[in-house]
Design a protein around this ligand. Structure first.
Ligand SMILES: [Zn+2]
Length: 270
């Protein structure tokens, strides 16, 4: 499932190839992948528009166009973007095409059709309206803001890390990695963390996400690029802790399965 590092890679792809390009035509291959507008309305709004900038907030990518607002892209469980030069073979499961005036194309690909594209007035308005918390990698989301987001809650820290209204961008897979690097059990209550554990968790949020981006790794793609000592490549049944070799344990929470090392991340004392 795409998380913050995946979406940051999509953003870089758009920035590298598409900035300043003029949309000759938007082709909606699957109307069900649009939210809030008809294919015709979307095509009319985007035709002739120039791509102005690209912004990521948490797991949402905004492609901002000159006068028609922004396309907000949600990648669901396995969505992605592909950039194709003229006449390059099309990948399967493309739901939306942006065809540029020079013949190149940007494809929104989404095999399972979970996730969608929306035309929004502005990224700021969308973020406020959706109630998203600060982007986890935003420099203004600092140690104090992180401590405030955790609050004095009894809630398990893993659930808070994944709560997009508290901080945006972290899902099940990177939450496991962050907790592993911070040596904290996923069920630890936020209000049981002392100052040094809170600091350690904050630093793990920043360093894990930044390291993944720097390596070009996502949640499920290119995970072999992650440095030695990362949990993600071992996150499966039968996986072992990359630090101590202990068999990883599964942690079921909110319908999702997580993994942790029972030795490196001991259960909190009640
Ligand atoms: Zn371990």
């Amino acid at each position: 499932m795409p998380e913050l590092p995946d979406v940051e890679l999509f953003k870089r792809l758009v920035e590298q190839h598409c900035m300043g390009c003029v949309i000759a035509k938007a082709v909606v291959a699957d109307p069900g992948s649009l939210d809030g507008s008809s294919p015709t309305a979307l095509q009319e709004r985007l035709k002739g528009e120039r791509l102005r900038s690209c912004r990521r907030h948490g797991k949402v990518l905004f492609i901002e166009v000159a006068s028609a607002g922004a396309l907000a892209m949600h990648f669901g469980t396995n969505g992605s973007l592909a950039y194709l030069v003229r006449d390059q073979q099309e990948p399967p499961y493309v739901r939306l095409w942006l065809d540029f005036a020079d013949g190149d194309r940007l494809a929104y690909v989404n095999p399972r059709r979970i996730g969608h594209v929306q035309l929004v007035q502005s990224s700021d308005a969308f973020i406020a309206g959706a109630g998203l918390g600060p982007d986890a990698l935003d420099p203004s989301f600092d140690a104090a803001a992180f401590a405030a987001a955790l609050g004095e809650r009894k809630q398990a820290i893993k659930s808070i890390l994944m709560d997009q209204t508290r901080m945006a961008g972290i899902g099940n897979i990177y939450a496991d990695e962050i907790l592993f690097q911070a040596k904290l059990h996923p069920a630890t209550s936020a209000n049981a963390l002392d100052t040094s554990a809170t600091r350690r968790l904050f630093e793990a949020v920043k360093s894990v996400l930044q390291t993944a981006i720097d390596c070009g790794a996502g949640a499920e793609n290119f995970t072999d690029r992650l440095p030695k000592g990362f949990l993600i490549p071992e996150r499966h049944a039968g996986g072992r802790c990359p630090r101590c070799g202990t068999a990883l344990q599964a942690d079921k929470r909110g319908g999702r399965t997580g993994y942790f090392c029972p030795d490196c991340q001991p259960e909190p004392r009640a």
